[in-house]
Design a protein around this ligand. Sequence first.
Ligand code: NAI
Ligand code: DG6
Length: 524
Amino acid sequence: GTSASAASADVFTVNSPNVTYTDTEIKSKYTYRTTKVEVDESGKYVATPNETLYDFKVDRKIPKVGMMLVGWGGNNGTTVTAGIIANRRGLVWDTKEGRQEANYYGSVVMGSTMKLGMDAKTHQDINIPFHSVLPMVHPNDLVIGGWDISKMDLAQAMDRAQVLEPTLKAQVKKEMATMVPLPSIYYPDFIAANQEDRADNLIEGSKASMAHVEQLRKDIRNFKQSNGLDKVIVLWTANTERYADIIEGVNDTADNLLKAIEQGHEEVSPSTVFAVACILENAPFINGSPQNTFVPGAIEFAERHGAYIGGDDFKSGQTKMKSALVDFLINAGIKLTSIASYNHLGNNDGKNLSSHKQFRSKEISKSNVVDDMVEANHILYKKGEHPDHCVVIKYMPAVADNKRALDEYYAEIFLGGHQTISLFNICEDSLLASPLIIDLVIVAEMMTRIQWKSASTNGVEETEYKKFHSVLSVLSYMLKAPMTPPGTPVVNALAKQRAALTNIFRACVGLEPESDMTLEHKLF
Ligand code: NAI
Ligand code: DG6
């Protein structure tokens, strides 16, 4: 059942005539301030401040939520599961560096703060946990389940992943041994041939079918019912698939996609079948891998059902750094001229990516991440000009999950000089990706409880609250190739992505965006 909670009001309340709290809702009247730009007859820009009034409504009842992972038995699936159990039970374990406590480092929602405002007397910043700005689900309360084409229980699969300390594994083993992934759908052509030996937990049939859609829907419903859940969020953290070809009449529209599934068309991937099943169950579906799961027909289908989708590809280490560093360089007026991005890793993800078509999916998601920053600076870059950018991934079994990433950023500075920045990033891949899974699930769930309507401009009050767009671009911070509503721009710059997330959440409780002007400290 649901439990009423006042998580955000526990830490703060907003004292404003524009914000009202009831037991079940927070309502805010919010003025969204932007700048409208037009061009006059002489070709000059005319910038006009613009205000739009919105009403936001947040459902304060924190639901009981299930997180179902596709690829539950993989490195990310086992690591995030063990991590949540460790936090839930407050575990402490020995390592060669001393005693380690469970934590949620690497999660924006659980590990970061945002400025609420300034102390009324001292003008010092008051910061609050990100998690408390709105009544969000706590990850400790997520009920976890999912599917895998490998039938290993989660305790054995955690050993196979070689990510966690033995002293931690020993404490979660018993619980994880009881967790066994549901059989999944496997269409061999979509993942590397080298994955075949782990495919021993399969739903019958090796191409898309409505029977597959129905089985996955049943799995979601059963999970929901047997755990007494209000809501299920599904996240793909299974192997990277190859791209599906976009074919007219097959996956270009919602109706064609459904027909293609009925006919067992070979260009419909397992991840797209999962997406369709989730849309029909109204379970938000997030793609943590790079492939084009959300073919145009899948997006249209989600829109038609008002279901939430998000993707693609977790932005964990090398690319997160890239989307911060390139933002810094270009906004510093430095002309980035090339990025050489190399990495090697030895986990099963690396093995799958050693196959060309699957690597290609990853190459695409890793390569497009600087486009918006380059396009925004027409002083440094002519139209169509962009830095050289090369992405290499190699499989090196010995380093297991400890990915090594080497990046060289080469830039042109003042008067023809050059700057070379060389980065060597050793990141335990699944320990970076797991907190992103938590953030994606918590934020996506939160978005299902926020509604909006345009405030009256002509005296006629709109009565109907609406949802956000099906494509949750607010998840961009956690994703390498953020999906946005069709026809809308993609933002890759990390700071902008975080600002969008925090400022939308602030707006829901009637708070202004954080401008960082701090005039209080600058005026005499
Ligand atoms: P993994 O290979 O350890 O796990 C994937 C799991 O998916 C395996 O257990 C496999 O048996 C299962 N699987 C494959 N096809 C399936 C299907 N059709 N249905 C159900 N299960 C299926 O990989 P890992 O390291 O957990 O990564 C998962 C995905 O996340 C990969 O696509 C990877 O590229 C992506 N990713 C990982 C990041 C990281 O830092 N670990 C960051 C960014 C993306
Ligand atoms: C090698 O590049 C394997 C990939 O799955 C990455 O480790 C993963 O996509 C994370 O990438 P990044 O660039 O965010 O560190």
